[in-house]
Write a protein that binds this ligand. Sequence first.
Ligand SMILES: Nc1ncnc2c1ncn2[C@@H]1O[C@H](COP(=O)(O)OP(=O)(O)OP(=O)(O)O)[C@@H](O)[C@H]1O
Length: 391
Amino acid sequence: MQEMILLKVGELALKGLNRSTFEAVLLKNIRRRLKPLGEFAIQNAQSTIYVTPKSEDVDLNEAVERLSQVFGVAALSKARVTEKRMDAILKEAPLYLEDPLLAARTFKVEAKRADKAFPLKSPEICSEVGGCLLEAFPHLKVDVHHPDVTVMVEIRDFGAYIHAGSLPGAGGMPVGTAGRAALLISGGIDSPVAGYMLAKRGVELTAVHFASPPYTSERAQMKVVELLRQVACYAGRIKLLVVPFTEIQENLREHCPQDLFTILMRRFMMRIAQELALENQCQALITGESVGQVASQTMAAIACTDAIAQMPVFRPVIGMDKDEIVTIARKIGTFEISIQPYEDCCTVFTPKHPKTRPSLEEVVKAEGAFEWENMVQRAVAGAQAQMLHAD
Ligand SMILES: Nc1ncnc2c1ncn2[C@@H]1O[C@H](COP(=O)(O)OP(=O)(O)OP(=O)(O)O)[C@@H](O)[C@H]1O
């Protein structure tokens, strides 16, 4: 009898008429994520997706790991499928569940009967399977409140499924169902988390990174590539645009008041990112800003940055504490990459005492000190694209 994976869909099960469109995107994302592992049969029925490897040598644990990162999946279980007959279920359950049940002291059985034609009702299934498992593993005791193992028997369209409980899925909505946005990504902790959070709501990401060689190194750029590959485990393929930013930064340093350097630099980032966003069919920008974290993230500074934006700017970590952001960064595997000590263009030329309450008037006046329109166009035209994915 075969081992496979059952996936329960989350929020998209609540969708009405367009639900099939959401499901089609989810199935495409699942196929894409599993492709490097081998061939799978994938079926979809009754808010459940059935993933069955077509050959014995597929690494099912790796498949579970990958599927736990696909947005739109609420829960997943590795399961053994048998024929929809009680004798088959009673034969398979003790064999398949031997490892978890030998390690447990208590258990309970739950049954779901999605196929109402099955002759036994759920409580009868539970009592027969429970009795059979107690006989096979006499050390076990039943505990219906806090069992070490919950044995599930699900009678569904394509067979009977036996498993030892579910793992949480990534939740959210399938990536590709909520449009596209441009993520301004630095090498820091916050912006990869910001990208992850919008991808979780179904938004496809295009990433924009500003690099200022020779002040920033090739290695700093590689760090951003590494971060995005990790985010791509959840967000799917990400197009990265690396923007040459040296000319603008050098001119800012030369012509503008030192204490406004950071806020002016942010406004140029917005101008350029916005043009690239439009060229790449993005409807919004995403940043990793969080109020009060640094001088450029005061409300006054954010107001000056936003004055440039002609599209929505999403800041999903805006109200989060650093340790809350770090918890997510650790969970999604970006934290260890982010803390590698490579410079970012934000940290070169940074003034010692940046103004925390710049006024829009003084910022606009400071920008008048040099001719920057062509520089912005050169930066946009000089953006280098590469496509990144998890593997
Ligand atoms: N080199 C860069 N390229 C693209 N976007 C950037 C770059 N540097 C900063 N940003 C954007 O500006 C935001 C604020 O950057 P800042 O350096 O002030 O904060 P941070 O706390 O270091 O953020 P992060 O941890 O994301 O780097 C970042 O979250 C990111 O969205």
